[in-house]
Ligand binder design. Sequence first.
Ligand SMILES: [Ca+2]
Length: 275
Amino acid sequence: MKTFFKIFIPIALLVFVFVGTSVKPATAFKNYSNMEMVPAGEFWMGSAPEETKGFKEKYGNREPYKSYPFEKEQPKRKVFLKAFLIDRHEVTNREYLEFVAATGHKPPVNWEGGSPSSEQLDHPALFISQPEAAAYARWAGKRLPTEEEWEKAARGPDGLIFPWGNAFDPFKAATAESDLAFISGALCAIHSGNRVEIAPGDVSPYGVHDMAGNVREWTSSASQESPSLVVIKGGSWVDLSVNARAAHREYVPRDGTSHLIGFRCVVDADEASSH
Ligand SMILES: [Ca+2]
């Protein structure tokens, strides 16, 4: 019996140590270095009627804007948010690859052979559903932004229509109305979008890039009427300037994936400062 315990106890300890060390939370080393601070405070959310009037006149008679509910952006109202950090750019394939490698999560379908090409590394991660984007965010110690957080990060406290100001400028963001020389890379690579931060002027008052254009982005905000639908924000390189407005919103099925939808993450400022 004594011999049994002599052998059993060390083996049991070994098993305990092995199991104990292998069951780690599936969370990456928290890295907030590529994030920008959005301070606590009120911001102007939504649109005033006079701000949508021109866009409605210009686009309201053509598909797909005939049914776009401009009036649902109203009223323009003040909303208070706590301080948070937000990713400076859309999550890239390089960043998503770390998640896939660490967790075994399935890679996006535009990665041939299960890995992004070298050209895709600094382009936004695409073909990812909203729950998958949320899983990446949890792994990274972050979360998806609410619609309110996304909109504040895009337009600043004073309610700018676009991240850079109130007038559209085709040389600033990657949209369908942009300077062609500047989005031609995306036109040649329709499943990859543009390299993040390549649009020189698509920068918000908080230093956040690509919120008007490049690819649309998931939020954590669901539709009140249809919880399977969630809000996506921002335009893309195939969208017109009307979509590039910070107040623009669309509802899409949360389990859908698209070559036009990427995402970025946020973290509460007090949580980030505790690490
Ligand atoms: Ca974007």
